[in-house]
Design a protein around this ligand. Structure first.
Ligand SMILES: *[C@@H]1O[C@H](CO)[C@@H](O)[C@H](O)[C@H]1NC(C)=O
Ligand SMILES: *[C@@H]1O[C@H](CO)[C@@H](O)[C@H](O)[C@H]1NC(C)=O
Ligand SMILES: *[C@@H]1O[C@H](CO)[C@@H](O)[C@H](O)[C@H]1NC(C)=O
Ligand SMILES: *[C@@H]1O[C@H](CO)[C@@H](O)[C@H](O)[C@H]1NC(C)=O
Ligand SMILES: *[C@@H]1O[C@H](CO)[C@@H](O)[C@H](O)[C@H]1NC(C)=O
Length: 402
């Protein structure tokens, strides 16, 4: 204040109001000048988000200063180096200097004369995540800096793991859907559509030290035949994924062959039928002897009698099996060619044996049922039953390691 006293005279005693107002204006001007100075020099940085393995640009430049730039330096605080680490300096003449040895992950892409300190960081990994500080050193005004956060996106590894449930009445785990190692954490959910409250889901997540999270969603249900074959979906979403991922899943309930039926496809060929998951494998065999290659043909579930001769007469068995068990049915074949060899083609009689003991005899001519003996017990009450059905035989739960 003393500097301006001569201008105002002895202001302590006789400060004129005019001088007072001039002084005030001067003060306001000084404050304003100071303030524009503060607003002027600005270090512009950014907030950078990059996918793991990608290339990050750490932008940094200064605006509105005519001061001399003497150096640009970079500091980092990362997962790998949690303490402030001065790692790079850019000098007008010497250029880029790495302070702790070269690091070809970093490349200076700015321009010193433009007061642009921008760095490029390639092949970014989780250890690079953190905060980068860019510091401009000016003469005479000193240091100005800004912090640039570097955030990493790590997309998850996704999969569905099936738990192979077998038929039952208690709720069991059907499958787990996993989004492993995501940053930020992924959201995992099941779309169960029409199944509604027949299924239940739970979600669980675990966070790791490296900042990634594994999220697991489990699907539970009572393993009934009713829900077998339904399709559901696991949906994985989140910022780490460019788009939602949908994994389809078909609900499977596993069971051994239940009942084995043998059906006539034509006069001389038969088919073995069963319900099983996974699908059963069929094996035809003949009781007491091997199947004659020349007189029968086996194709999966089908047995075809090639030559209708009495050599074929006997008991045949179809076994259905999968990893969960096996079951079989039997068929008795009797070819009655009769005395008149010309007539045999018209009168092929195939006889089915009901293995429960009571023999059911069916007479066929050209595939049409022509007579059924009165005394045959009808053991088949199901409306859609096939008259040619041979009832299932001995229950034989097979080994589970087939
Ligand atoms: C930077 O961006 C990330 C992701 O968009 C956000 O989570 C974070 O809060 C931001 N940080 C700052 C300092 O703005
Ligand atoms: C600084 O340099 C980077 C990389 O060359 C460039 O993309 C950016 O536009 C520059 N910034 C300014 C303000 O010139
Ligand atoms: C990226 O970094 C990883 C781990 O540091 C390294 O194994 C890989 O070879 C690098 N890839 C490239 C293209 O530089
Ligand atoms: C959830 O995670 C915890 C801890 O890892 C584990 O003990 C639990 O079994 C998990 N629950 C499910 C349903 O996966
Ligand atoms: C993070 O840590 C987990 C657990 O140690 C590991 O399985 C995963 O691979 C790590 N992720 C990355 C990207 O390093």
């Amino acid at each position: 204040m003393d500097d301006i006293s001569p201008f105002c005279g002895n202001y302590r005693h006789s400060l004129s109001s005019r001088c007072h107002s001039v002084l005030r204006r001067l003060l306001v001007l000084m404050v304003a000048l100071l303030r524009t100075d503060v607003i002027a020099l600005q270090v512009i940085g950014g907030n950078v988000t990059v996918e793991q393995g990608g290339t990050a640009i750490l932008p940094c430049h200064v605006i509105d200063t005519n001061d001399d730039l003497t150096q640009i330096s970079w500091q980092r605080r990362t997962r790998e180096k949690p303490r402030n680490d001065n790692f790079l300096t850019i000098l007008p003449r010497e250029g880029v200097q790495f302070l702790n040895g070269g690091d070809d992950q970093f490349k200076y892409i700015g321009n010193f004369n433009d007061k642009n300190g921008t760095l490029q960081l390639s092949n970014v990994t989780l250890k690079d995540e953190g905060s980068y500080t860019c510091i401009f050193t000016f003469f005479p005004s000193g240091n100005q800096k800004t912090e640039i956060p570097l955030n990493l996106l790590v997309p998850p590894f996704t999969n569905i793991k099936e738990n192979l449930p077998t038929l039952g009445t208690e709720e069991v785990l059907f499958a787990t859907c996993t989004a492993a190692g995501s940053k930020p954490p992924a959201e995992v959910r099941w779309l169960t559509g029409a199944l509604g409250d027949k299924v239940r889901t739970t979600t669980n997540s675990t966070q790791y030290d490296n900042g990634t999270t594994t999220t697991v969603s489990s699907l539970f249900a009572v393993p009934t035949r009713e829900i077998n074959g339904h399709q559901v979906q696991c949906v994985i979403s989140g910022d780490s994924l460019t788009k939602e991922e949908t994994l389809p899943f078909i609900i499977q309930v596993y069971f051994a062959p239940a009942e084995v039926k043998i059906r006539a496809i034509s006069e001389d060929s038969f088919e073995c039928l069963t319900e099983a998951n996974p699908n059963a494998k069929f094996t035809w065999s003949r009781s007491g002897q091997s199947l004659l290659q020349s007189s029968v043909k086996v194709n999966g579930a089908e047995l075809q009698l090639l030559s209708l001769s009495s050599d074929l007469n006997g008991l045949y068995q179809c076994e259905a099996s999968n990893a969960y068990g096996r079951k079989h049915s039997q068929l008795y074949v009797h070819v009655a060619s009769g005395a008149c060899s010309a007539a045999w083609a018209l009168f092929r009689v195939l006889v089915f044996l009901n293995v429960t003991g009571a023999a059911a005899w069916y007479f066929y001519k050209h595939g049409y049922l022509i007579r059924r003996p009165e005394n045959t017990p009808d053991d088949d009450n199901t409306p859609d039953s096939d008259p040619l059905r041979a009832s299932s035989a001995v229950d034989d739960p097979g080994p589970h390691d087939v």
